[in-house]
Design a protein around this ligand. Structure first.
Ligand code: ZN
Length: 333
């Protein structure tokens, strides 16, 4: 890595010591990391997430921390699921293989690296990045939705990121919007995550290809459905594939329903859509806007923004969480 910073030289020269913070975002597909110097990203990278359990992921992240964190003040890590920020233990983590329930992730990483490691939910970290540095710096109230392999969420009210009991507030992805719909990693059925997330898109697209309904998806996948990605599905939509368009339309309707339900419940009309897939999701903003119009009598006119940060938003939020040095930020507020 090129840090471009040398604390010792700067201290010797009489300049203020530079404080850097490492944020690591463990996603269902990739582990992304970033080093934040105050509000500035000075380095970042990514690698594929190990798919054989929590201990392999810990080994990956510990190696990354030991390699990158020589002169950082602290480390924050996110996972795509429930996190008790006070204890650093994980709960339900639907899109990561392994035994994550009640796993002491913070303590294990601290033991392996010697760094204090703040543990955050990935969508809440994404919201923190957008609230402090990105698309929501001027918003006091907003619902945040992070669309990647799964679908995460977060709620900001009165300028504060809500955590609730054990950090559980904001699971927009696990509102059920299709009764008796597909089984979700959380154990429920028809969740926004299970219909509108990236993994759900791929599952639905494979079924459409097998039914002969989406020939351009098959072409975009290079004939290998095992390697099909949401981006290839979006490309097939752009190619004019009706089967792909139907798959995306069904998924985006589920996302829009979840967003509208959350906004109606909370009385919030500002929405920030982010995560790795939001910017490329065909027609998503329009679908969400039309759905929010149906709850306008409850919440008034809505404001929808795409996130400022794309791939590394949760990693930036993790670094901000470490910078706060108060993982209890996500506790009950
Ligand atoms: Zn669910």
């Amino acid at each position: 890595m090129s840090r471009g910073l040398d604390n010792q030289d700067r201290t010797l020269a009489g300049a203020p010591e530079v404080a850097c913070w490492l944020g690591v975002d463990v996603g269902g597909t990739n582990i992304k990391w970033t080093i934040l110097n105050g509000r500035e990203v000075v380095a970042s990278g990514s690698m594929p997430t190990a798919r054989d359990g929590e201990h392999s992921v810990v080994d990956q992240v510990a190696a990354l921390i030991n390699e990158q964190a020589g002169d950082v003040r602290g480390v924050g890590i996110t996972v795509p699921g429930h996190v008790d920020a006070a204890t650093g233990r994980t709960g339900i983590v639907p899109n990561l293989p392994g035994q994550w329930r009640d796993f002491p992730l913070g303590a294990v990483l601290t033991r392996a690296t010697g760094h204090h490691v703040a543990v955050l939910n990935d969508a809440r970290a994404f919201a923190l990045a957008e609230l402090r540095l990105g698309a929501a710096t001027d918003l006091a109230d907003a619902v945040f939705v992070a669309i990647g392999t799964g679908v995460g969420g977060a709620v900001v009210l009165g300028g504060r990121l809500l955590g609730g009991v054990a950090g559980r507030v904001g699971e927009v992805g696990h509102v059920s919007v299709v009764p008796d719909g597909p089984l979700c990693g959380c154990g429920g059925r028809g969740c926004v995550d299970a219909v509108g997330g990236g993994a759900a898109l791929v599952t639905a697209a494979r079924a459409a290809v097998r039914a002969g309904a989406a020939p351009l998806i098959e072409r975009r996948s290079g004939g290998d459905l095992a390697r099909l990605t949401p981006v290839a599905i979006f490309a097939a939509v752009a190619d004019g594939d009706r089967g792909a368009a139907a798959v995306v339309s069904h998924a985006s309707a589920a996302l829009a329903a979840g967003v509208a339900n959350a906004c109606a419940l909370l009385g919030i009309s500002n929405v920030v859509l982010g995560g790795g897939l939001a910017h490329g999701y065909p027609g998503l903003v329009d679908v969400v806007r039309r759905r929010l119009e149906t709850v306008a009598p409850l919440i008034g006119p809505s404001l929808i923004r795409l996130a400022h940060f794309t791939d590394h938003s949760a990693a930036i939020g993790a670094a901000l969480g470490a910078q706060d040095d108060q993982p209890t930020l996500l506790e009950y507020t």
